[in-house]
Write a protein that binds this ligand. Structure first.
Ligand code: HEC
Length: 280
């Protein structure tokens, strides 16, 4: 019990700091509120996962990620505190639910991972070959710690990716085409598995892109995946689903990966982010 309480403490504090109220919700509360409002076999498929959420191992990454974010590192010996994630240099609170977005300095629509890599290169001087950038996956990677910290600062906030700039609309629309275009050796599209309510693969209930109340959990990454015993990112999920479709591996940070993430975030618009989440 004590361990559980101690684990939950940093996230409760982090979440309270985000919302600026004492009634701030932990990710498990955000999910529970959704379940109370909306009946969904996807949201409730694993009572065990729901019970484990207050002990989510990803909660440990929030603190580690915050320390990394604020630490002077890399060849330029700088922290990430001047990183502009879209809401101004150093603004982390609420930044994640407004990604992907267009950045004038790179003239690109960027998701959390690609923007973070950009900041680590420009502010800290890391290069593609440095482990801090090269190692994208696994709970022990800087990338997952940083993403979990930044993501957690949007927990409970509604997804609201901006759609004003033509590039933002173009990327979202390209993602929609990719989601519904059948191709590959199995002639799958994303909708084959993600456009019906209650569809299953073995025991897994698959989320429906047309139901924002359940789709918000689907896109809530970073999440600790119990079956992998690691926190995983949005980019990792894109890679995995395309792999399931027998596509070649997608390049991390490629426009195609960001387009899919733009479309899937827009599809959850208005529903609260659950970050970090715990998934199968
Ligand atoms: C062959 C079926 C299949 C196809 C096609 C497919 N997925 Fe998935 N998707 C899955 C399965 C299985 C999971 C994991 C569910 C689990 O582990 O319980 C999943 C999980 C997800 C999740 C996270 C939800 C979760 O609970 O883990 C997202 C988001 C997602 N897919 C998006 C996509 C996108 C985008 C595409 C197209 C590029 C796609 N999927 C294509 C089967 C598919």
């Amino acid at each position: 019990m004590l361990k559980k309480a101690l684990r939950a403490l940093p996230v409760a504090l982090a979440v309270a700091a985000v919302a600026g109220t004492s009634a701030a919700q932990a990710p498990e509360d955000v999910l529970q509120a959704l379940i109370d409002k909306h009946e969904s076999a996807y949201l409730t498929q694993s009572p065990q996962n729901l019970m484990m959420m207050p002990d989510n191992p990803a909660y440990d990454l929030i603190e580690q990620g915050e320390a990394l974010f604020k630490q002077a590192r890399g060849p330029k010996n700088a922290s990430l505190e001047k990183c502009d994630l879209g809401k101004g240099p150093g603004v982390v609170k609420g930044a994640y639910v407004e990604l992907p977005r267009y950045f004038a300095d790179t003239r690109q629509v960027m998701d959390l991972e690609s923007r973070l890599v950009y900041c680590m290169k420009t502010l800290q001087g890391f290069t593609d070959d440095d482990p801090a950038i090269k190692k994208r996956h696994g709970s022990d990677s800087d990338m997952m710690k940083l993403q979990t910290y930044i993501g957690s600062q949007s927990n409970g906030m509604p997804w609201n990716p901006p759609m004003k700039h033509p590039m933002e609309k173009a990327m979202r629309n390209a993602g929609e085409v990719m989601f519904y275009r059948r191709s590959g050796p199995m002639d799958f599209n994303c909708a084959t598995c993600h456009a019906q309510t209650g569809k299953r693969i073995r025991a897994s209930v698959l989320p429906n892109v047309n139901v924002p109340e359940e789709w918000t959990k689907a896109i809530s990454w970073p999440a600790h995946r119990v079956s992998h015993d690691h926190a995983r990112s949005s980019q990792h999920r894109v890679l995995e689903c395309l792999w399931q479709m027998r596509y070649p591996n997608i390049k991390p940070g490629s426009d195609a990966s960001i387009a899919l993430i733009s479309f899937w975030t827009d599809a959850a618009r208005g529903q609260p982010a659950i970050v970090p989440d715990l998934k199968r």
